[in-house]
Design a protein around this ligand. Structure first.
Ligand code: AHG
Ligand code: MN
Ligand code: MN
Length: 303
């Protein structure tokens, strides 16, 4: 079954259906430039996070923005690669936030990368929480291009990009409450954050299997597809909030995981309930199987 037909079965119709399909079109376009390798090198510009943009970051941003521009029901957009949120259509019903290419620095070593998109109610993103997301669309560009679509209250579904379009692969993906896979981001923080070192020691002492690539999307994709595990990217003294962005990465990936029966925290509160204070806000993240997130937090709360 094709994505557009399955969306209707999930009750995603009208303007929201249009926006989700535009996101999928954008993913299709980005998959093309990622896999053909025609775009390489640095753009010579920096994003609002002070990161040097790859041409692929900018091209991916422009491809997705162009698809959203075509849809009158898109009110505002915000992108990891844009300095400010932008109004596309004054009467639009939905605002869309995205990281057009997550893990872009991994493309030149041919690791998997992704696109992270969240469809919110209209208006500015400031003050919004991930719990308000209507639909999340997350793509994984690996040996295959796959797509997760998480619909609020209707679960997470996976599609495979075939010559015929996005074909439904698996409905209602669910993660178990526990499972011994760990994806420890920001391991360098162990040098200054003994609680993280203790948590890593716990995983090793209990023979957890390491599954970490350095790409947040493929690393969390592994938890969803295998149905268990935990991904962490904590902060430490130099970077108390870590590196990952609340709006473009943590919020959306947390919404995805919770819709699949998992949990997500910043170490203190659920990442679904954390209101956005500013577009470039960063957040620590502990996300995955419920009991694995709880166990990880024990080491941080105890400390
Ligand atoms: P982006 O390429 O969009 O900037 O995001 C990369 C992120 C995320 O994919 C990954 O989990 C994290 O960077 C890895 O960070 P380190 O390089 O600090 O390990
Ligand atoms: Mn990213
Ligand atoms: Mn990015």
């Amino acid at each position: 079954m094709q994505l557009d037909e399955h969306l209707k079965i999930l009750g995603v119709n009208g303007a929201l259906h249009e926006v989700v399909i535009a996101c999928a079109e954008g993913v299709f376009d980005i998959a093309g430039v990622v896999h053909t390798g025609e775009v390489s090198g640095y753009a010579g510009t920096q994003n609002v996070f002070g990161e040097n943009q790859l041409k692929l970051d900018v091209v991916s941003n422009d491809l997705l923005t162009a698809e959203l521009q075509k849809v009158a029901s898109v009110h505002m957009i915000a992108s990891e690669e844009l300095d400010n949120e932008q109004e596309l259509h004054a009467d639009g019903e939905f605002s869309v936030a995205f990281d057009p290419l997550d893990g872009s620095s991994l493309v030149d070593v041919n690791f998997a990368v992704g696109t992270i998109i969240a469809i919110y109610p209209k208006g500015s993103f400031i003050g919004k929480k991930a719990s308000e997301i209507h639909v999340a669309v997350v793509a994984v560009y690996g040996p295959r291009t796959t797509l997760f679509v998480a619909v609020a209250g209707k679960g997470v579904h996976q599609y495979l990009l075939t010559s015929g379009g996005f074909e439904l692969q698996k409905e209602k993906i669910q993660v178990d409450d526990e499972g011994k896979y760990f994806a420890p981001g920001n391991l360098r923080a162990c040098a200054k954050n003994p609680q993280y070192q203790e948590l890593v020691n716990y995983w090793l002492a209990n023979q957890y299997t390491l599954r970490y690539s350095g790409g947040m999307v493929p690393d969390i994709n592994h938890i969803l597809v295998k149905g268990k595990g935990v991904f962490t990217y904590p902060g430490y003294s130099d970077e108390p909030h870590g590196k990952l962005r609340l709006l473009y990465e943590c919020g959306t990936m947390s919404f995805l995981m919770v819709e699949a029966g998992g949990a997500a925290s910043d170490g203190v509160m659920s990442l679904l309930d954390k209101p956005l204070e500013h577009l470039d806000q960063r957040s620590p993240i502990f996300v995955g199987s419920k009991k694995e997130v709880e166990k990880a937090l024990e080491f941080f709360i105890m400390g």
